[in-house]
Write a protein that binds this ligand. Structure first.
Ligand code: DSN
Length: 485
């Protein structure tokens, strides 16, 4: 029995993949074998990584075509290579679906990943906010008219800008100004955190920091914050200090697309520039996307060659297919289930005495504080993996174990919701996780001291977790009916 939320025809898909694998097998059988093994592994595990999902066969198949063979640097209608008319069709369609889906004035479908999308956004904002006035000052029409001396001064000006983003341990992303990331090096950066008592964003504290720091760019968005953000308030703060509001919605783009986040929680009407990946809750191919107001569009359009190499036309085609899927009522229903399931999982943890950062969730993420189990995130992640539960360790606010060992485990509902898991299954998943962690004890170092990495999982726990998981996974098969025989 199946209630997968993926739209596809299993007979056609089985035939397409069986034949494709035969073609691959004839050249490099080990790749065909690894491809079959990967499907088997994904089918057999409880995938709870918040940033992963399962794309539809239509999306996946679209990536395996001759569009991969094209170079298409430039923009639609203005390429550096001849013969890009079909790539133009693909890129225009991806952008059109993105604009329609999100109600954006402008969409740029070329970024290869989320980091690329953020780099395009940063440089576009600098070009618009810093380079623009500079060109005006020197009466130049474009950067090619600047002299070497102008360039030297412009470089100093570009590199002297400030960015304020959410700190990594509060749930922000590496690219939001984290020191070791390029964003923390190309900008003078400061970070805002969350309230130490509640774990929630404190908009007054963000405002106070923005007033003091006066950033050129205010970044909102997160990769491990289990709550919604009020983007209208963030825009108010940005306006007050003259900053550009950039929202990275990579994690929750599916919830925006499915109209679970509307009004003040929808970043698109409030931000100047919005970036996202397409493969997380949005359930598309691995890639990035930038949305912008018309004012920022000309500088975002310079993403290639400013920051990006040649666009991946086959992936842009798959983005168009995924965005078309996301415009259906079926996807809106899926997005609502993603959020409902996260609540069920959070309640499942709380009712069993576990401690959650912010005390719960209202998006797709549940962030479990594992210190009450006497474990580090690293130990908990490894013990769960032994039991077939795939997650990732994550920092929690003011994490005593730092960014490597951490004290949290991040769970996400997009992938298993795609398989059809609902309230009861997510409650059961919480029960299994609590059982595993309650039966895990920290290990010791070789010298006999306390270790942050080693652990001992009690006998029998991994087996009983795997068999309880298998029961649920069998009821909700991945790509039901897809047979590679
Ligand atoms: N790596 C992604 C995540 O797991 O959230 C973000 O880049």
């Amino acid at each position: 029995m199946t209630d997968s939320t993926l739209p596809f025809d299993s007979r056609l898909t089985s035939s397409a993949y069986s034949q494709a694998l035969q073609v691959i097998e004839a050249v490099e059988p080990r790749i065909a074998e690894a491809t079959r093994a990967e499907l088997a592994d994904q089918r057999a595990s409880l995938k709870l990584i918040a940033s992963e999902n399962y794309a539809s066969p239509a999306v996946l198949l679209t990536m395996g075509t001759w569009f991969s063979d094209k170079y298409a640097e430039g923009t639609v209608g203005h390429r550096f290579y001849a013969g890009c008319q079909n790539v133009d069709t693909v890129e225009s369609l991806a952008a059109e679906h993105a604009r329609e889906l999100f109600g954006a004035e402008y969409a740029y479908a070329q970024p290869h990943s989320g980091i690329d999308a953020n780099l395009v956004a940063f440089w576009s904002i600098l070009a618009h906010r810093v380079e623009g006035p500079w060109l005006e000052k020197f009466g130049a029409k474009n950067v090619s008219e600047l002299t070497e001396a102008d360039w030297e001064a412009l470089r100093a000006e570009l590199g002297n800008q400030r960015l304020l983003g959410m700190s990594l341990d509060a749930g922000g992303h590496l690219t939001h100004g984290f020191r070791p990331n390029i964003s923390g090096k190309m900008f003078h950066q400061q970070q805002y955190g969350t309230d130490p008592e509640t774990g929630l964003l404190d908009y007054d504290a963000v405002r106070a920091k923005a007033r003091e720091f006066k950033p050129l760019v205010l970044v909102a968005g997160y990769s491990a914050y289990p709550r919604r953000v009020n983007f209208a308030k963030m825009r108010e703060i940005a306006d007050e200090v003259g900053a550009t509001l950039m929202v990275d919605m990579a994690h929750f783009a599916g919830l925006v697309a499915g109209k679970v986040f509307t009004g003040d929680e929808d970043p698109v009407p409030h931000a100047h520039v919005v970036t996202t990946t397409t493969h997380k809750s949005l359930r598309g191919p691995r890639g990035g996307l930038v949305l912008a107001t018309s004012e920022y569009a000309p500088s975002v359009d310079r993403g290639c060659p400013m920051v990006l190499g040649g666009p991946l036309s086959h992936v842009m085609a798959a983005k168009a297919v995924a965005l078309a899927e996301a415009r259906t009522p079926m996807f809106a229903d899926y997005a609502q289930r993603v959020a409902d399931n996260a609540k069920s999982m959070a309640e499942g943890f709380l009712s069993r005495g576990a401690s959650l950062v912010t005390g719960g969730t209202d998006n797709h993420i549940v962030l479990l504080d594992v210190t009450s189990f006497g474990l580090t995130g690293r130990q908990a992640e490894s013990a769960l993996l032994d039991a077939g539960v795939v997650t990732n360790r994550n920092s929690i606010p003011s994490d005593p174990n730092g960014a490597w060992y951490t004290s949290g485990i991040r769970f996400g509902t997009p992938a298993l919701t795609t398989r059809g898991f609902g309230h009861d299954e997510f409650d059961k998943v919480a029960e299994l996780v609590v059982d595993v962690l309650s039966n895990t004890t920290p290990g010791s170092t070789k010298a006999g001291g306390p270790s942050k990495a080693t652990y001992l999982l009690a006998d029998g726990v991994a087996d009983r977790t795997r068999s309880a998981s298998a029961e649920m996974l069998d009821k909700h098969p991945l790509y039901p009916g897809l047979d590679l025989a």
